[in-house]
Each structure stands twice: as structure tokens, then as C-alpha cells.
Design a protein around this ligand. Structure first.
Ligand code: SAM
Length: 286
């Protein structure tokens, strides 16, 4: 038995026949010290209601509950995991709600309705991690329904989230969106050997704290300018922004750049979040 009175995770996986599936991004954490470290990084959890995506056999779920989360709502797509999760729910009456289904299509805000403060904590499946993060960052209204995101990604994705124009190779749309609405930082790395099966690359836990007052800007306009600018990231903005349209009407790059007070010979990777917000506001007012 483990400290929480439940069987060790390796036994849980064997008992329920949870051979990891690559197609579901299943790299499980069995070390309860590590899952507790992640849960503590998301703390203090007392009184917090956690949304966890992809609990799998429940290593992180158990740590979140042990560390005092008021409740955990766990969205899991793999039906094979549901019996193992039911055992955890029985150990923590009324504190674990399992939501079977695809996290990409479920309405997370509705799942967490009436639960505040809500927090998102997950060891994300690598194949849908970026799509999930983008969805959370595009939430409206802002500040959003969650007070913090503590998420595990592949190190390379984590670096793209926290990148600045000084780190050009990693700086792109994801960094602009994350930097606009949150303060993001990498908390710590987790080596491949910590997972079963071990992935090829190192992972990192990232913390994103929503900004109460992001620079005013229309998300759709920011999305349009960053898509165009980073779509041709090696080109000068006066070239890469060609073809941009707003509400069906084409907008000349020169007009946008003049309004945003940005030199058209610069490239996307040199423009900070404030610069992109200025371009987005210029687009939205055209
Ligand atoms: N939290 C567990 C841990 O840390 O050991 C498992 C993490 S594993 C990297 C990712 C989990 O996400 C798996 O349990 C997988 O079945 C689940 N998953 C994959 N795609 C999903 C989706 N679209 N919606 C919900 N869960 C998903």
C-alpha cells in the first residue's frame, strides 16, 4: 500500500491492464514523490478545485487529493482507466469527479461551473497539449475561470511558451499569446526516465498565471497578425503582412505598420508582445 492507502501505481496498471498507448500520448508517472512535487508546485491547494486533463491511472490525481485539493475533476479519454479512477474516487468521497471524454471537445468552463477558485493541473498528452493550452489562453471573458495553469509539456514546447524575442528560434505565436495574457515560467524539468514508457525527450512543468489586466486587444486580430507574421517569419513585416484582411476587407501592411509605429523592415521574431498588440489594434481599427 502507498501512503494514501491505495495500491502502488504499477500494481494499479497491472491489475487494470493499462498497457500505455502511444496514440493517446500515454507516458505515465509512477513516482508518487514526483507527482507530489508537481501538485505542490500548483499549490497551495486547500480550497482549490482542480481540473486535470488525462489522469490515466491517477498518479497526479492522487497527489492533488493528498495535497488537499477541495476537488479534482478529471477528464480522461481512455475508458480502460475509469475503473482505476473509480477506486480513487471511493477513497476520497465527493472529491474526485471523473469526466469520461475528449478534452478537446468538452466544455471545461461548464465542467467547473460553481467551483472557484478553479485551477488547471495536468501532465498533458503530448499530441494535444498545445491545442488545449491555446484554447485556455483564448478563453473569453478574461480574466478567465481558472486562477492558474500548471502543466507538463515536452521541454521544447515549454520553451516555445516562455520565449521572448531574444530567443528567436523559439519565439512565435504561442509565446505572444501566452505573454499577452499570462505570466509564464518554467518551474522544473522532468527526465525521460521518470515516465513509463520513457519518452524520447525531457519534459518541463510550466506555470501560467493569468494577467488581471492584459494590454487591451481583440484576440481575433492578434491571432490574425501573428499568423501572418510568423507564417513567414524570415521575411520583413512589410512583406509577411501582405494579404492580411479584416472583416473581409484587405488591409495594406504599410497602413498597419505606420499606425502601430513599427518599422516594416523588421521581422516577426523581433517584435515583442506590445508590438503585436499595437499591430492587432491597428488591424481591428481598419
Ligand atoms: N496523468 C497521468 C500521469 O501523469 O501519469 C497520465 C498522463 S499521460 C501523459 C496523458 C493522459 O491523457 C493519458 O491518460 C491519456 O489517456 C489521456 N488523454 C489523451 N488524449 C486525451 C484527450 N483528448 N482527452 C482526455 N484525455 C486524453
Amino acid at each position: 500500500m502507498s501512503e494514501d492507502g491505495l495500491p502502488p501505481l504499477r500494481e494499479v496498471v497491472a491489475a487494470h491492464g493499462l498497457a500505455p498507448k502511444k496514440s493517446l500520448g500515454q507516458n505515465f508517472l509512477f513516482d508518487l514523490n514526483l507527482t507530489r512535487k508537481i501538485a505542490r508546485a500548483a499549490g497551495p491547494l486547500a480550497g482549490a478545485h482542480v481540473l486535470e486533463i488525462g489522469p490515466g491511472p491517477g498518479g497526479l490525481t492522487r497527489a492533488l487529493l493528498t495535497e488537499g485539493a477541495a476537488s479534482v475533476t478529471a477528464v480522461e479519454r481512455d475508458e480502460r482507466c475509469l475503473a482505476a479512477l473509480a477506486e480513487i474516487a471511493a477513497r476520497y468521497p465527493d472529491r474526485l469527479h471523473v469526466a469520461p471524454g475528449d478534452a478537446l471537445t468538452l466544455d471545461h468552463r461548464a465542467l467547473m461551473a460553481g467551483m472557484a477558485p478553479a485551477r488547471i493541473v495536468a501532465n498533458l498528452p503530448y499530441n494535444v497539449g498545445t491545442a488545449l493550452l491555446t484554447g485556455w489562453l483564448e478563453s473569453d471573458p478574461w480574466p478567465p475561470w481558472f486562477d492558474r495553469l500548471v502543466l507538463m509539456f515536452q521541454r521544447e514546447v515549454a520553451e516555445r511558451i516562455v520565449a521572448t524575442p531574444q530567443e528567436r528560434a523559439d519565439y512565435g505565436r504561442l509565446a505572444v499569446l501566452a505573454g499577452w495574457r499570462t505570466q509564464a515560467r518554467i518551474l522544473f524539468d522532468v527526465p525521460p526516465a521518470a515516465f513509463t514508457p520513457p519518452p524520447k525527450v525531457t519534459s518541463s512543468v510550466v506555470e501560467l498565471i493569468p494577467r488581471a489586466h492584459p494590454l487591451p486587444c481583440e484576440g481575433a486580430a492578434l491571432s490574425a497578425v501573428t499568423r501572418a507574421a510568423f507564417g513567414q517569419r524570415r521575411k520583413m513585416l512589410r512583406q509577411s503582412l501582405k494579404g492580411l484582411a479584416w472583416k473581409g476587407a484587405p488591409v495594406a501592411p504599410e497602413t498597419l505598420l505606420a499606425r502601430a509605429d513599427i518599422d516594416g523592415t523588421r521581422r516577426a521574431e523581433e517584435i515583442d508582445v506590445a508590438g503585436f498588440v499595437a499591430l492587432a489594434n491597428a488591424l481591428a481599427s481598419s
